[in-house]
Design a protein around this ligand. Structure first.
Ligand SMILES: [Zn+2]
Length: 425
């Protein structure tokens, strides 16, 4: 059952950083919760032209969703900077020490589908969607293929264009250096046969400056990449193993105690030994006697540590969030009222563990963990929130801060400033 939230955020308190005309709440007898502040809401992307399937009618402008957010801290005490990547063909950097103004913008020209920062090696890893021209053997911008006239891709070539996934990584300690490309082989200058929608990094014991990168997405294969320092003409990332098992696109991955967990849009959850490249366990979708698997697409997954135990928490468009123990036994199956698109966890100021659930309709639902008690919902209707589509990503920063990116193209900066357990009593 989807329970009612216990706390209602005070609009003046929560949204005064966003809505002009609101004053911070100074009412000592205010009955609403003073626990979350929204410091800023800004456009993290520009509008893009909708590519019409019918051809010729490309005058519709759509807001490009924010597809990924990543927190970057140069040192553990630095002010955080936020990378955002969007379908508008840019990744951007926003500086928290300067009111989240844009400090850098990289025009990639192609859709950014995911990004992350590996904090240990200080690398930015970005996934893109592009097209491989099977006639020329070159990577092309899918947008260019819509052009007509001189320079346009011929009809024959068009039939031979295939959407592929690219990965590039930047060294944040040497931002001027060109990015590293990830190629399947000399003759396959891309990182996946389909767009990549999930990435993660793990340390490479043999090479501390270049993490192992694991990527997956619409091609239901999980590919492990390692830096080959002796590659010619220059050191390059190369695929070292590929894990097959999923039959539908992979949407999320995490690592826990040496094992890799992956979730798919068919609701299947798989657990792998990434070193051996073997699938060790599968939780099938649907209500099976042993499984308790999701009945809709899995969208996100995180590890949450609470009360001395580690749990994997998964989100799904089946409108539930589920918690699993480390052996993939279902511990909790909680209805959220609508599809859950993204997930993260954060501590409040009292050290309570909170789940942040990004919902299909743009709200962020905050649940206590592991009780799953519904604490509050942040929505544009009652305080502030994303408007016009789902929350696409939630990233955590220092000092109880979190950042959300939405289909509405906005990035929002939030901070938990209270103790949820205290407010409940
Ligand atoms: Zn108030």
């Amino acid at each position: 059952m989807n329970s009612q939230p216990k706390l209602r955020p005070c609009k003046n308190f929560t949204a005064c950083g966003v809505h002009t005309g609101l004053q911070d709440c100074s009412n000592p007898s205010c009955k609403f919760a003073h626990i979350v502040k929204c410091h800023k809401s800004y456009a993290g992307s520009t509008k893009i032209e909708a590519l019409s399937n019918r051809g010729g009618y490309n005058n519709q402008q759509l807001q490009a969703p924010v597809a990924g957010l990543a927190t970057w801290m140069q040192t553990p005490t630095s002010a955080p900077q936020i990378f955002s990547g969007s379908h508008d063909g840019f990744w951007r950097l926003w500086d928290s020490s300067n009111n989240f103004s844009k400090s850098f913008e990289n025009a990639c020209g192609i859709k950014v589908t995911h990004l992350l920062v590996d904090s240990v090696s200080q690398k930015l890893v970005v996934a893109f969607e592009s097209a491989f021209n099977g006639t020329s053997g070159l990577i092309v911008n899918p947008k260019d293929t819509a052009q007509t006239g001189a320079g346009a891709v011929s009809k024959e070539e068009k039939a031979n264009l295939h959407t592929v996934g690219l990965i590039q990584s930047w060294d944040l300690n040497q931002p001027q250096a060109p990015p590293t490309n990830y190629h399947l082989s000399q003759f396959a200058p891309y990182a996946s046969h389909k767009p990549i929608t999930c990435l993660l990094t793990i340390p490479d014991a043999a090479n501390p400056t270049h993490p192992i990168v694991i990527a997956s997405g619409e091609e239901p294969a999980i590919r492990v990449w390692k830096m080959n320092p002796t590659a010619t003409p220059q050191p390059a990332y190369a695929p070292v193993s590929t894990m097959f098992g999923h039959v539908r696109p992979v949407t999320t991955m995490l690592t826990l105690d040496g094992l890799l967990w992956s979730g798919s849009i068919d609701g299947n959850l798989r657990i792998w030994d990434p070193t051996a490249g073997e699938c060790k366990h599968v939780v099938l979708a649907g209500k099976s006697a042993t499984g308790g698997g999701h009945t809709g697409p899995i969208t996100d997954s995180i590890v949450v540590e609470a009360e001395g135990s580690k749990f994997v928490v998964t989100a799904s468009l089946d409108a539930t969030v589920r918690a699993w123990d480390m052996s993939a036994n279902l511990m909790k199956d909680e209805a959220m009222g609508q599809g859950v698109v993204c997930l993260n966890s954060i501590d409040d100021t009292g050290g309570n563990k909170l789940l942040l659930c990004g919902l299909e309709k743009g709200n962020v639902m905050i649940r206590h963990f592991p009780s799953f008690m519904n604490l509050m919902v942040l929505s544009s209707q009652y305080s502030c929130g994303h408007d016009g589509g789902a929350v696409r990503c939630i990233e955590i920063g220092p000092n109880n801060c979190f950042f959300t990116g939405g289909e509405d193209g906005k990035v929002m900066v939030w901070q938990i400033v209270g103790d949820a357990a205290k407010m409940m009593t």
